[in-house]
Design a protein around this ligand. Structure first.
Ligand SMILES: Cc1cc2nc3c(=O)[nH]c(=O)nc-3n(C[C@H](O)[C@H](O)[C@H](O)COP(=O)(O)OP(=O)(O)OC[C@H]3O[C@@H](n4cnc5c(N)ncnc54)[C@H](O)[C@@H]3O)c2cc1C
Length: 439
């Protein structure tokens, strides 16, 4: 049986960073990845005649861990097109049209009121369970809206913005997610808005993860699904045996699991996972939406559009302008709160979803990856259900014997984002190195 210092399970951002740190510290590390590619929930794929991000797209300099990695590997950013036109749904459900400034003026008061108590609720983004959040964590974002006395037009627009952010119906998402993101941006919702959906990485996420992978000294074994992790012995000889789908067994002094909460049950752990992992993976976290790329005829104006959380897609934006032998076309990106509400193979259904935003868009193709039914993810960008953050985060961060957990789902600052994945990979690499140096 092969014997190594550390097995890292998963080659997304958390796994790649943990492997790099531990390998460069001189430990023998093997990284096991079930997919035929690295990157996890970041995946640059060529579709609709363009490189498209099927998973994560945007990063920002207020996200310190990802920004440090971008600096390290010389990654440049480029702005997604700024909108000339804005479309949204009014209180009566019918479409409205304006420009960016009008829309921002409409949502300004409501956006501020949703997070107005952020400084008391979560004074430090790096300590998301400290503060009045302990009292507020039972609330959903919908509860918060219901308690505000917003003008109906403003309320409709504000709800659409938040459903776009959190990728799930608002009554299922903890207010904690709104507060966390705004706490991470110093209390400024406008900055949070910019940070979460404005700047993409030149050369895509593939260019980014390829560079980190090239810096990992140990082996990254693709097409290798871990099926079980069994801890043996205790004390100075404590170790785990990691078994893969083809029956290969590897002995490791420490294991780092980077599986998302929703997908962790894909591995049999012995002893079983700590209570918080079992509880939260059984409940699932809140995020459950979809991201869809759409080819539309012609070069459309640069626009963004919001619909309500009851529509299949609640956000639609013009993202790329292209031409091929069929003529000019625009690539749109859309987000919906429930992945089952839209089927990209049903073009008439996609057309109907697009018609709800803005007239005169002719849809000719659509594509997506369903992360919610992908057994290696079962999650998009993590948002918590009410109560999950304060109940479970601390326990989710603790190692169980020689098994450590690094995932964006258990990060402090930008949990759910790439930044959180990197934070968690750095954290667990440090803990593993300290433990191995002691033993
Ligand atoms: C549609 C979408 C849009 C997003 N947009 C953004 C964005 O704009 N900005 C942003 O910052 N974040 C965004 N995110 C979130 C971001 O992608 C994630 O937070 C981040 O990539 C998670 O990294 P991770 O390493 O924690 O987990 P993952 O990337 O999920 O990595 C876990 C790895 O473990 C592997 N694995 C799972 N099970 C096994 C097993 N049994 N054996 C071996 N390997 C296994 C998986 O294949 C995967 O590679 C988005 C996510 C999605 C899905």
């Amino acid at each position: 049986m092969q014997s190594v210092d550390v097995v890292v399970i998963g080659a997304g951002f958390a796994g790649l960073v943990a492997s790099r740190e531990l390998g460069r510290a001189g430990f023998e590390v093997v990284t096991l990845e079930a997919r035929d590619r690295i990157g996890g929930r970041t995946w640059t794929d060529h579709r609709l005649g363009h490189d498209l991000e099927m998973g994560a797209n945007w990063i920002h300099w207020v996200q310190p861990h990802v920004w440090a990695e971008a600096t390290r590997y010389g990654r440049e950013i480029v702005r997604s097109p700024a909108a000339e036109e804005a479309y949204w749904h009014g209180a009566d459900g019918t479409p409205r049209k304006g420009d960016l400034a009008e829309f921002m003026a409409l949502i300004d008061e409501g956006q501020q009121l949703v997070i107005d108590d952020v400084r008391e609720a979560m004074p430090r983004g790096t300590e998301p369970t400290t503060g009045r959040i302990q009292e507020l964590d039972a609330l959903s974002i919908q509860d918060r809206f219901d308690a505000l006395d917003l003008d109906p037009e403003a309320r409709a627009a504000n709800e659409s913005v938040w459903v776009g952010h959190v990728n799930a119906p608002l009554d299922q998402v903890g207010l904690s997610s709104a507060l966390r993101w705004v706490s991470a941006t110093g209390g400024h919702w406008q900055l949070m808005h910019e940070a979460s959906a404005t700047f993409r990485v030149v050369d895509g996420m593939r260019g980014f993860t390829d560079r980190i992978a090239a810096d990992v000294p140990g082996e990254i074994r693709l097409n290798t699904t871990v099926v079980s992790v069994t801890q043996e012995d205790a004390g100075s000889d404590a170790h785990a045996v990691v078994e893969t789908g083809d029956g290969t067994r590897i002995r490791a002094r420490r294991v780092v699991s980077t599986l998302p909460v929703n997908a962790v049950t894909g591995i049999r752990f012995d002893p079983p996972l700590p209570d918080a992992w079992q509880r939260q993976s059984a409940e699932t976290v809140a995020s459950q939406g979809t991201k869809v790329w759409i080819r539309a005829e012609g070069h459309l104006p640069r626009f963004f559009a919001y619909a309500s959380q009851h529509h299949p897609l609640s956000v639609l934006k013009a993202e790329f302008y292209c031409s091929d032998e069929r003529g000019d076309y625009t690539i749109l990106v859309g987000f919906g709160p429930e992945h089952g509400r839209i089927d990209v193979d049903d073009l008439a259904g996609v057309q109907a979803a697009v018609d709800a935003f803005r007239p005169s868009i002719e849809v000719t193709e659509a594509t997506a990856h369903d992360w919610m039914t992908d057994p290696l993810a079962r999650n998009t960008w993590m948002t918590h259900r009410p109560g999950q953050l304060t109940r479970d985060l601390e326990e989710l961060q603790q190692p169980a014997g020689v098994v450590h957990f690094a995932t964006t789902d258990n990060a402090n600052l930008w949990g759910g984002f790439i930044d959180g994945a990197i934070e968690s990979g750095l954290r667990e690499a440090r803990r593993v190195a300290e433990a191995l140096e002691r033993s």
